[in-house]
Each structure stands twice: as C-alpha cells, then as structure tokens.
Design a protein around this ligand. Sequence first.
Ligand code: GLN
Length: 215
Amino acid sequence: MQPVIGILGLQGDVREHARALDASGARAVTVRRPEELDGLDGIVIPGGESTTMGKLLVTFELLEPLRVAVRAGLPAYGSCAGMILLADSVLDGTIGQPTIGGLDVVVRRNAFGRQIDSFEADVQIDGMAGAAVRAVFIRAPAVESVGAGVTVIGRVEAVRHEAAAPHVGRIVAVRQGNLLATAFHPELTGDTRVHRLLVDLARGINSGHGDEEQR
Ligand code: GLN
C-alpha cells in the first residue's frame, strides 16, 4: 500500500519533505485547507516559526481539525517548530501560543541559545538501522521532560562544533504511539530514514504504544 501523507503547507520546507516522503514510498500532498485532511494516512508538521504557524493554523481553520485528527490517531511527525506544535506543554513560548498538542512532553523553544542558534550533531535513533543521523538544528527546541507514554528515541551525541558541546545528552527525538517528533530537520540532508518511520506508522507497521523501555 502506498500511504498518502499530508504536509502542512503554511510555512517551512514543504518541497524537501515531499521529496523525502516520495522517496520513502509514500505519496505526499500539501495541506492548506481542512478538507485536505480527509483520507490522509499521516501528516508532517514542518519547521518554521511555531508562533506564526500557530496563528496561521487558526486563520486557515486548521487548528481544531488537526487537534481532532491527531487525537483520533492520525500518524504525525513534527520537525522543529512542528515538534513544538505537537507538544502538550511549551516553555518560552508566547502568551497564548496556539498548539495542536497530543504529545505528552514539555518542549523548550530556542533551547540551544542564541550564540549557536544553528549547529549539527550526530543523533542515533533507537531502533533505526545504520549510522547515526546527521542532525541539523536551526533555532531548535529541545524536550525537557517526557510523560509516561513517551519514548525518548534520540539525544544529541557527537557535536560538530565546540560551542555545542554543552548540549550533548539533550533529548531531540521522541515517539508516543503514532506521534513522532524531532528537534532537527532531516529533510535537509537527503537521509530519508526519519520519514520512513512516519511512513511505517502510516502503513500501520510498528504502531506500538509506548511499550518500549524508557531511557
Ligand atoms: N525557533 C522556531 C520556533 O520557535 C523553530 C525553528 C525551526 O523550526 N527551524 O518555532
């Protein structure tokens, strides 16, 4: 089966996500209207600016339908600002910042500070075959804590920039049932393995419910 995966197309790297999804065996479609959620097997919430995306979600009347869809079990993958939008709790957000929620984590916006607002690191994703993912962080959030049903699947490991050394160990990839989120942008590196995790969820493969061990 070729799953149909939507990409929220209000802001961000829509084309790069579409390329990664198409290369992973899915059919990617852009979502800008509530009706375009119908019939999806999964959705990507890309990076961008979470406060702006939150406002656009309200304007485009997508916020409520997305909340409903995610809570009903639609597989979803949030990258960077998308991780913030899927989080139940946001630190350093703006007052009343709208979010989709569903992922039982506390996320801090711009968690890596200003001095190195962009950096790269290796992140070994639990359960993913092959080498660590080369993760690109751009004014990225980090996960400060996770609820009982959430599995941490990736932390900052080897950094490629001395100034990023204090960030080693921070949580940057999580999974809860059908929800997946990374603080980094895998669509920028040509490595489709993270997108394949979403495609597997969309196919109903490996849809465990947080039964993996916590770390
Ligand atoms: N700092 C952004 C925010 O708060 C996220 C950055 C990104 O998505 N690259 O939404």
